[in-house]
Design a protein around this ligand. Structure first.
Ligand SMILES: [Zn+2]
Ligand SMILES: [Zn+2]
Ligand SMILES: [Zn+2]
Length: 261
C-alpha cells in the first residue's frame, strides 16, 4: 500500500526565522529556510494520521489542506510537539467517535496536564476536543495497527529522557533524538526513508547534530534520509550542497511517497 508523508513543519522549537534574529538564514528569501515547528502527516488508503501537533498546527493544516484526521501519534511532551492539540477541535467534531491520540506514559501525562479541561472526568468543558488518549506499550517495537498499517514504537534518547520515535512500513520518523539506543537499531533495518533530527552543526546535549546524523545514516543504511528539527544554523541550499545525494534536508510542505504495508 502506497502512502504519502508531508512535512507540516521541519524547524526546531523556536522556529525559523527565530524571533529577534537577523542572520542570513532568518532573513533568507528561500522559502525552504522558513521552518515551522516539527510535525508530519501520513496519508494512506483515504486516512490521515499525524505525528505530533505543534504550536503551528493551525497554520500548517490550512496550508496543506488538512480536512480530516483519523489518529495522532505523539513523540514526547515538549510544547513544540503537543501545543496544537486543541486546534484539532473542529476536525474532531466531524468524526464519528473520539479521535485516538497515541502517546507513551510520560507524554500522556503532559497532555492530560496541559489540556486538563479536555480530559477531566467531571465538568468537562463542553466544546473540548473529542479525543481519547491511548497509552503505548513501552516495549520497543510494539505496534499499533491502524487502517491496515502498523505504527511501531521506536525508543530514542532525547538527552537524558527516553522518548518515542515511530516506524510505519518502510519509513521511520525520529525527531528530538540525541542517540539511538542499541535495542532500537534492529527495528530500523531495511528502511526506504529515515527521518532524523539534525538540529545544527555543533553538538547539542539533547539533539543530534549534522555530522552525527550523517553517521547514523551511514550505520543504518536507509535508501533515503531526510533531516528535520533544524535551527537557523543550517541554510537549506548551502547545507544540502555538502551532503551525499541520499541525504536531503526536509522543508515545510515536502512530500515523500513510500510503501506503508
Ligand atoms: Zn522538539
Ligand atoms: Zn537566525
Ligand atoms: Zn523535545
Amino acid at each position: 500500500m502506497q502512502a504519502t508523508l508531508t512535512f507540516l513543519g521541519s524547524g526546531t522549537s523556536m522556529g525559523v526565522p527565530t524571533l529577534g534574529c537577523d542572520c542570513a538564514v532568518c532573513t533568507s528569501t528561500d522559502p525552504r529556510n522558513r521552518r515551522t515547528r516539527p510535525s508530519v502527516r501520513v496519508e494512506y488508503d483515504g486516512h490521515t494520521v499525524l505525528i505530533d501537533t505543534g504550536p503551528d498546527f493551525h497554520a500548517q493544516a490550512l496550508r496543506e489542506g488538512v480536512r480530516r484526521v483519523d489518529a495522532v501519534f505523539y513523540t514526547h511532551g515538549h510544547v513544540d510537539h503537543v501545543l496544537g492539540m486543541d486546534d484539532l477541535r473542529p476536525l474532531t467534531f466531524r468524526n464519528q467517535g473520539n479521535l485516538p491520540l497515541y502517546a507513551d506514559d510520560a507524554t500522556a501525562d503532559v497532555l492530560e496536564r496541559i489540556f486538563e479541561y479536555t480530559f477531566r472526568a467531571e465538568d468537562r468543558y463542553p466544546t473540548s476536543a473529542r479525543v481519547e488518549i491511548h497509552r503505548l506499550d513501552p516495549t520497543p517495537g510494539t505496534a499499533v495497527e491502524l487502517f491496515g498499517a502498523k505504527f511501531q514504537r521506536i525508543p530514542v534518547s532525547h538527552g537524558r529522557q527516553e522518548i518515542t520515535g515511530y516506524r510505519f512500513g518502510a519509513a521511520a520518523y525520529l525527531t528530538d533524538m540525541s542517540d539511538i539506543p542499541p535495542a532500537s537499531v534492529p527495528l530500523l533495518q531495511n528502511l526506504d526513508i529515515l527521518i532524523l533530527d539534525a538540529l545544527r552543526r555543533e553538538p547539542h546535549p539533547s539533539h543530534s547534530h549534522l555530522a552525527k546524523s550523517i553517521a547514523i545514516v551511514e550505520q543504518l543504511k536507509p535508501r533515503r534520509a531526510f533531516f528535520t528539527h533544524m535551527s537557523h544554523d543550517l541554510d537549506h541550499a548551502g547545507t544540502e550542497a555538502t551532503l551525499p545525494p541520499n541525504i536531503r534536508l526536509a522543508y515545510d510542505g515536502l512530500q515523500l511517497h513510500f510503501e506503508i504495508a
